[in-house]
Design a protein around this ligand. Structure first.
Ligand code: ZN
Length: 67
């Protein structure tokens, strides 16, 4: 079976451009975000729209894909 990648689940009908965008978003999701409180790059997405900083333990909600 060929590896489709993380964007495979979004289906093919969205087209190649959107899929490239989705890949970009997923890349962002995996990279750590800057914490608005302690300004460390230790913020990870814990669930949909919920972010948590590993340094100061700040938990906050944000946009689904970005802080
Ligand atoms: Zn923090």
């Amino acid at each position: 079976m060929a590896k489709v990648g993380a964007s495979g689940r979004y289906g093919v009908r969205y087209g190649r451009i959107l899929r490239a965008k989705v890949n970009d978003i997923e890349k962002k999701q995996k990279s750590k975000q800057l914490c608005p409180q302690c300004h460390n790059k230790s913020v990870k997405r814990v669930s949909y729209g919920i972010w948590q900083c590993k340094k100061c333990n700040l938990k906050f909600s944000g946009k689904a894909y970005e802080v």
